[in-house]
Design a protein around this ligand. Structure first.
Ligand SMILES: C[S@@+](CC[C@H](N)C(=O)[O-])C[C@H]1O[C@@H](n2cnc3c(N)ncnc32)[C@H](O)[C@@H]1O
Length: 285
């Protein structure tokens, strides 16, 4: 006769619960299961597959990197506001609410996303999760303004092409204390460099190198623009599992009103390259 097996050996969801609940930094990981299923971080059956394991690792890594800044905001402000722009399914906002603002009992999250159906499904998920301090705006980032013009932290995770620049403009307009950007594909600077001469032209002569160099320069310029606006900028790896061009986390924390030295460095770089991306419109003349 077969020996009765322990429940976890028979039930894949129970077996995988033992794995992910140990990693999920919550006192009540079981309560997060419906949310994680809805965000495809767990399968519909509550199990892990290769894709969901990758997402789980990504999300945990990002939460770990953003937690200190969010904890500081909670110390300084009774109701800190996080805006997640180019939000997609708003999975970052949901996770940060579930793990940080939810347990704190304060702090709100607003997702901004152009695609109406995604916004509708995020509203439904927030309602079914009881996340009453989450809201969503269906609009382009450039047209969105939060109540009172306040966004203490702005996140933009893989916001396509120049949407990351819109995120920077949005953050500056709302005087965000913290900005976390993981840029996506970038084409504007490569386009501007095409045919551009000058002493550095060998760096972008070949199209594939122009594309990569253009994306790299774009992020360097974004970092300098933020420094020039008084932010302290750290650039680190987002996660080891992503493609390198989409693997850069630019984390900026405001610590002064402006930085003339960074502004000078930015001007010098722009002169050397001979290109002016549209983001420079945030620099005072
Ligand atoms: C690659 S997805 C990333 C979504 C999400 N942040 C994530 O990491 O899962 C980029 C999202 O940004 C949205 N988006 C792109 N440009 C936008 C803009 N200018 N304003 C608002 N949303 C935008 C797209 O509709 C898409 O859902």
């Amino acid at each position: 006769m077969n020996k009765p097996q322990p429940k976890s050996a028979k039930d894949p969801a129970a077996r995988d619960f033992e794995t992910w609940s140990k990693l999920w930094p919550s006192e009540t990981p079981g309560k997060s299961a419906p949310l994680l299923k809805a965000l495809h971080i767990l399968t519909r059956e509550g199990t892990l597959n290769a894709d969901s394991r990758r997402k789980l690792t990504q999300v945990l890594h990002l939460t770990q990197m953003l937690r200190p800044a969010l904890t500081d905001l909670l110390k300084d402000d009774a109701s800190p506001v996080l805006a997640d722009v180019g939000a997609g399914k708003s999975y970052l906002g949901f996770i940060l609410y579930d793990l940080i603002f939810g347990p704190a009992g304060r702090g709100s999250v607003t997702g901004i996303e152009t695609r109406e159906p995604l916004v509708e499904s995020s509203r439904a998920l927030a309602a079914s999760s009881g996340f009453d301090r989450m809201s969503f705006i269906a609009a382009p980032i450039a047209e969105a303004t939060l109540p009172g013009g306040k966004a203490d932290m702005v996140t933009a995770l893989h916001a396509c092409d120049t949407a990351t620049d819109d995120a920077i403009r949005f953050a500056l307009k709302h005087e965000a204390k913290v900005i976390a950007l993981v840029p996506c594909c970038q084409a504007e600077v490569a386009r501007l460099l095409d045919g551009q001469t000058g002493p550095l032209r060998q760096l972008w002569r070949h199209p594939i190198q122009r594309r990569e160099f253009g994306a790299h320069v774009t992020n360097v310029i974004r970092g300098l623009v933020l420094e020039a606006h008084g932010y302290k900028v750290r650039v680190t790896e987002f996660t080891g599992l992503e493609h390198t061009m989409k693997n850069e986390l630019i984390l900026a924390e405001r610590h002064q009103r402006g930085n003339a030295q960074a502004r000078g460095e930015l001007n010098r770089l722009i002169d050397q390259l001979g290109v002016k991306p549209a983001l420079l419109d945030v620099m005072p003349a």
